[in-house]
Write a protein that binds this ligand. Structure first.
Ligand SMILES: O=C(O)[C@H](O)C(=O)CO
Ligand SMILES: [Mg+2]
Length: 273
């Protein structure tokens, strides 16, 4: 199994670029993040190359994150801003060699008809799919639970799948975030199997707390091999709020990487042995 470290949540104690070698030392072979729009993207690429890691996924710019926004793609008055964000995502996807870009739908504000929001979202996803296709990018949609993010436009993966049916673009797919799915409904394997053909990326965290796998109620020892058996061979994104539990959970599913000859073994690598 292949795992990517979500650098927007893991290794927060380190400056952004230093999170990349830290992820490699812990045994991840890819990284993902909300976006590196405040970084020099060439430096990000250089850090990835130096660490031998792949850029698996990032998001189209998602609005005022600190102010509570979780995407702007369903907001009719923000279409121009969304389209500008797609242009930036295209540049980053090309530079980082990344073939998956996630669009966060956003919250439906009071007073906006749900169907108007969903139609705006569909048009924006169609725009993004068309714009990013020449770079070989697939545009993903993700369901986000409405306990953590009240009003999110796509609360379940069924909602996200229905939205993709409106979009009707070939280079689109679903991101299956196990944490959000568990909060909203559970029945994880059946849900995965139902939408398997459209799922192109998986993210994990345990519940409650959104912490490391193994800290809560989700049986990842069962679920991850089952996803593999159901034909999922893509990356699994570690998108959780770290505790002191560390990345030891990874050893159950992925072998410890051997450092290149002559390379200095990091303390994380030593601790993982
Ligand atoms: O929150 C999530 O699960 C998303 O994957 C995301 O992109 C950032 O919140
Ligand atoms: Mg997620």
């Amino acid at each position: 199994m292949k795992f990517s470290a979500n650098l927007s949540m893991l290794y927060q104690e380190l400056p952004f670029l230093e999170r990349i070698p830290a992820a490699a030392a812990d045994g991840f072979t890819g990284v993902e993040f909300l976006g590196a729009y405040d970084q020099d993207v060439l430096e990000v690429r250089a850090a990835l190359e130096a660490a031998g890691l792949r850029q698996v996924l990032f998001n189209v710019p998602s609005g005022d994150w600190a102010g509570g926004e979780r995407g702007i793609a369903c907001l009719p008055e923000r279409v121009e801003e969304f389209e500008e964000g797609v242009a930036r995502a295209l540049e980053h996807a090309r530079t980082l060699g990344c073939s998956l870009v996630n669009v966060l739908a956003g919250r439906v504000p009071e007073g906006l008809e749900l169907d108007t929001a969903l139609e705006t979202l569909a048009e924006n996803v169609r725009f993004a799919a068309h714009a990013l296709a020449p770079a070989g990018v697939t545009v993903l949609l993700e369901a986000v639970n409405t306990r953590d993010v009240p009003g999110f436009a796509l609360p379940t993966i069924a909602d996200a799948a229905a939205l993709l049916s409106r979009v009707q673009a070939p280079n689109t797919g679903l991101q299956f975030d196990v944490y959000h799915a568990q909060v909203m409904r559970g029945d994880l394997l059946a849900t995965f199997e139902r939408f398997r053909t459209a799922i192109q990326h998986v993210q994990i965290a345990d519940n409650p707390g959104r912490h490391e796998p193994g800290t809560g109620e989700v049986n990842y020892s069962f679920l991850l091999p089952a996803l593999r058996a159901a034909g999922y061979g893509g990356y699994i994104g570690a998108e959780y709020v770290p505790t002191t539990a560390g990345t030891g959970w990874l050893r159950e599913f992925a072998p410890v990487p051997e450092p290149a000859w002559g390379a200095t073994r990091g303390s994380a690598w030593e601790a993982a042995r």
